[in-house]
Design a protein around this ligand. Structure first.
Ligand code: PRT
Ligand code: ZN
Length: 288
């Protein structure tokens, strides 16, 4: 019997990306038994094997074909600089890699860093930034707790990941210069064979449907018929909105899809145009 080909995907074993990575697979309809304490597990209804790794190791494992795919932060992808391909941004694990200096310091631009010592776990990205800016500074690589470096006199600036900013705040630091915006991405080995590429494209189709659904809302509203054209004109929709007559004469029910980014603006305009009973419903999957 021919053995079924499976894609092997590297997922963070534990940490900030683990849960969202597992949730994404679940939303893609991929069922995985709970075997996180193991090194690997497999999906029961999709040709996928999951390997649980430290996030820092994932790019290397994907380059070396230990795994075909991986889910990892862009910060790690660009710091490790391995020969892999970024396939898709996944919309979670968002953060930025930023330079921070002690509160009260007057940072007027990258030239401030000239001759200073910067503590970081991202020496490659910091070095690239400094070169781009034409600034010479000393990079001091440390493996963790970067935020305490200025307080103990180890460095006069740091470069670290920031999301809410509360870690910097609690350590008396101010964020002065973002150098990279990051989110989790799907990466793949550069030399996948056609059979594996075909499975990847099925997975990608599902991921894109889940992402689109998250960025869009289904909207239902009642519109007075005399302003129907105006209201329809406000709705982008997937093609054009669905319009159904209501039991009450002179009114119609309008259904459409709205993008999250333009959502509030359009709702306001719809209200001004006389729309009533506006209902907004999350979409589970969206295939266009
Ligand atoms: O054990 P393993 O090596 O797998 O995990 P890890 O400890 O190296 O990574 P982990 O789980 O902390 O983060 C995994 C990935 O999540 C990172 O590579 C980023 O892509 C992403 N991510 C998103 C973050 C953050 N947000 C984040 N805020 N990673 C780390 N932080 C840390 C940051 O380093 C700082 O210490 O959180 C602190 C700042 O957070 P705020 O909210 O106080 O600003
Ligand atoms: Zn790590």
């Amino acid at each position: 019997m021919k053995q079924e080909i499976k894609l092997r995907i590297g997922i963070q074993k534990s940490g900030r990306l683990h849960e969202d990575s597992m949730k994404l697979l679940k939303e893609c309809g991929i069922e995985v038994s709970n075997g996180v304490n193991k090194l690997k597990t497999e999906a029961s209804n999709f040709p996928l094997e999951l390997f649980f790794f430290r996030d820092d190791d994932i790019p290397q494992y994907v380059e070396d074909s230990v795994a075909d795919l991986g889910i990892v932060g862009e910060n790690v992808v660009y710091e490790k600089n391995k020969k892999i391909t970024v396939v898709e941004k996944l919309g979670f694990g968002k953060c930025r890699l930023s330079i921070a200096v002690p509160k009260g310091e007057n940072y007027e631009g990258p030239a401030y860093l000239s001759g200073k010592r910067i503590a970081t776990t991202y020496p490659v990205l910091v070095d690239r930034f400094l070169k781009e800016q034409g600034v010479e500074a000393e990079i001091h690589e440390i493996s963790g707790s970067v935020e305490i470096a200025p307080g103990i006199g180890l460095a006069s600036a740091i470069c670290d990941l920031v999301s809410s900013g509360s870690t910097l705040f609690m350590n008396g630091l101010q964020e002065v210069q973002p150098i990279l915006q990051s989110q989790a991405v799907l990466i793949r080995n550069n030399a996948l064979d056609p059979e594996r590429m075909a499975i990847l494209s099925k997975l990608l189709f599902r991921i894109q449907a889940v992402k689109k659904a998250k960025n869009n809302k289904y909207i239902l509203l009642n519109a007075p018929n005399d302003r129907l054209q105006e209201i329809i004109g406000l709705l982008p929709g997937m093609k054009s909105p669905t319009v159904l007559p209501l039991a009450e004469a002179g009114w119609s029910s309008v259904h459409s899809v709205l993008n999250e980014n333009e959502f509030w603006e359009i709702i306001e305009k719809l209200k001004d145009a006389g729309a009533q009973g506006i209902l907004v419903v999350p979409i589970e999957k969206m295939i266009v």
